[in-house]
Write a protein that binds this ligand. Structure first.
Ligand code: 5GP
Length: 207
């Protein structure tokens, strides 16, 4: 068979893969992920489970599955979490049901997770796309966390302290986005996704 005929036999398909977005909290990961989902109908948002209390503007099932610690441990024990981590003293995890059905239906799934979760996901989905998002500076990170106004001073201090530690693992990622302006960061991530969609090994497995 002619080598090029493989391209014309309906084998070039829509591709589905996880897009793992991580980086220190306050870098703007959530805004970037939600922005992508709003603009790209072929990308679903992975809704995590957490024991953190719901913030006023958050909706359960849309932003997070807010659960108590018993329920979280139940999910863990049942193998229902693809990864989980303790972040700033609370438990966060990615339920299988927030990811696998979408991938199976041919959608890409974007997830906003911390750096520990990013490292675990690499083992679960070695073929995923791993993106590290950082703020332009620590000063801007502090400003953003303060302006968000959702945390007490104590929680804010913990988050800032953790941010330095979290930023250390950047070398393990495929892409780096400096989130100065949200629109620019969003365009960057869309370009990354477009490039990944055209990767031969995704389009034609085994190529
Ligand atoms: P926040 O409480 O501000 O929504 O999130 C705190 C941190 O937890 C963020 O860095 C966020 O990316 C991370 N996070 C959210 N969901 C998950 C998850 O399912 N797994 C892990 N490992 N981290 C998560």
């Amino acid at each position: 068979m002619d080598e090029s005929s493989i391209l014309f036999e309906g084998r070039v398909e829509r591709v589905a893969y996880p897009i793992v977005v991580t980086g220190p909290s306050g870098a703007g990961k959530t805004s970037i992920c939600k922005g992508i989902v709003g603009d790209c109908p072929d990308v679903a948002y992975s809704v995590s489970a957490t024991t953190r209390p719901r913030r006023e503007d958050e909706v359960t099932g849309r932003d997070y599955h807010f659960v108590d610690e018993d329920r979280f441990r139940e999910l863990m024990g049942a193998g229902e979490l693809l990864e989980w981590a303790e972040v700033h003293g609370r438990l966060y995890g990615t339920p299988r049901f927030s990811v696998v059905p979408f991938l199976e239906s041919g959608k890409k799934v974007i997830m906003d997770i911390d750096v520990q979760g990013g490292a675990s996901m690499r083992k679960v989905f070695p073929d995923g796309v791993f993106v590290f998002v950082i703020p332009p500076s620590m000063r801007i990170l502090e400003e953003r966390l303060r302006n968000r106004g959702t945390e007490s001073e104590e929680v804010l201090r913990t988050r800032l302290r953790n941010a330095r530690e979290e930023t250390r693992s950047w070398r393990q990622y495929d892409y780096l986005i400096v989130n100065d302006e949200l629109d620019v960061a969003l365009d960057r991530l869309k370009s990354i996704i477009a490039a990944e969609d055209s990767r031969l090994r995704r389009l034609i497995p085994g190529s």
